[in-house]
Design a protein around this ligand. Structure first.
Ligand code: CP3
Length: 340
């Protein structure tokens, strides 16, 4: 699997490519699969449908890795929170976590209740080309906590940040519980057949430097340590959106650092590439234009083109109105441009 080889900096014939949020509404096939489910949560809970959505970008784009179709919010859902996805608005978590008694009502059995995810992993791994990797994933404790405390998406993270500076003990209790749940969840995905795992810390960048390491990065490393102790040969990818200013302090036992689109890849290379493989980081909006794709890909190739241990990706996720033709064009262009 060239994706796994690149994670461990072994030589590969070209740079492997996959795209964050590669399964999604920009594909008509995805929309057709989603229409078979009652709603988005039902979709996530049906392994045959999740497997179908996972495999679509492999067939359509020829990416080198599949990422399991699911959502980071299935963990709070199975901890007992009431989750709803509202069309054109996003996720809502009812009765958000604000107090110790809110914490007390969360279940510690989410790992066992997520069997439908492990079933989807098994179905995908049985059908997926042996040369392609299957990436399992979870949200970081911090990013999950933002949804659980704010009650949904947030612009300024006012409630959770108030907790950072005035109720840090309570927040650490929640993060610790999430860290255990996420660690167990990723281990079970690996047991079911996932070949690598990525932790999405989409909102780590909401924190100033010291708080980022205390409330977000530390818990990601705790999970990584637990996985490495059991599965040293499963690559771990950590992706923190907005952590580009904090690279000097990045360390720990993981394999691939996911570079977001705000971070100059040259800077990530200078600071991290002697210790970690790198994944990223084309600005997703470039997918709107073939010229912009070419320009972006060439710029990254100038920096990373000759290097083993580099995985092409966007610096954040695909959007619903992106064109599949352009996405396919991008994947083919990368395979050609980075061929050794
Ligand atoms: O990458 C993939 O193709 C795998 C599937 C995947 C989804 N969500 C499917 C999804 C992954 C890896 C995620 C992760 C996720 N979910 C993140 C972290 C990644 C990131 O982008 O930073 C976050 C923050 C979420 C939470 C979430 N889920 C939001 C905010 C939304 C609504 C936003 C929207 O686009 O409507 C979702 C819903 C969701 N998750 C969709 C998909 C394909 C769209 C739902 C639909 O089909 O209606």
């Amino acid at each position: 699997m060239i994706f796994i080889d690149a994670c461990f900096k072994r030589s590969t014939p070209t740079a492997p490519v996959w795209l964050m949020r590669q399964a999604g509404r920009y594909l008509e096939e995805y929309r057709a699969t989603r229409a078979k489910a009652k709603d988005f949560i039902d979709f996530c809970r049906r392994p045959e449908l999740a497997a179908e959505a996972t495999l679509q970008p492999i067939d359509i784009l020829n990416v080198d890795a599949a990422i399991l179709f699911s959502d980071i919010l299935v963990v709070p859902l199975e901890m007992g929170m009431q989750l709803e996805f509202v069309e054109k608005h996003g996720p809502i978590l009812h009765n958000p976590i604000r107090t110790q008694s809110d914490l007390d009502r969360l279940s510690d059995h989410s790992v066992d209740r997520l069997g439908y995810v492990y079933d989807a992993v098994k179905l995908v791994r049985a059908k997926l080309d042996q040369k392609k990797a299957l990436i399992g994933f979870a949200g970081s404790p911090w990013t999950l906590a933002t949804y659980m405390i704010e009650g949904g998406g947030s612009k300024n993270y006012a409630i959770i940040k108030k907790m950072v500076y005035s109720q840090s003990e309570l927040l650490h209790k929640l993060l610790d519980r999430l860290s255990r749940a996420v660690g167990g969840y990723l281990l079970r995905q690996i047991e079911a057949g996932a070949n690598a795992v990525q932790i999405f810390d989409s909102w780590g960048g909401a924190l100033e430097k010291s708080a980022f390491f205390e409330f977000s990065w530390r818990y990601m490393l705790q999970i990584a340590d637990r996985i490495k102790a059991e599965y040293p040969k499963i690559p771990i990818i950590l992706f923190s959106k907005g952590a580009g200013c904090y690279l000097e302090n990045v360390s720990g036992n993981f394999d691939v650092f996911g570079v977001d689109w705000n971070t100059p890849i040259e800077r990530a290379k200078d600071i991290l590439f002697d210790r970690y493989a790198l994944q990223g980081n084309m600005e997703p909006a470039r997918v709107y234009s073939k010229n912009a794709i070419e320009e972006g890909a060439l710029e990254i190739a100038r920096v990373m083109g000759k290097e083993n241990g580099y995985i092409f990706n966007l610096g954040h996720g695909m959007q619903p109105d992106f064109s599949r033709q352009n996405a396919k064009y991008l994947v083919d262009l990368i395979h050609e441009t980075f061929a050794r």
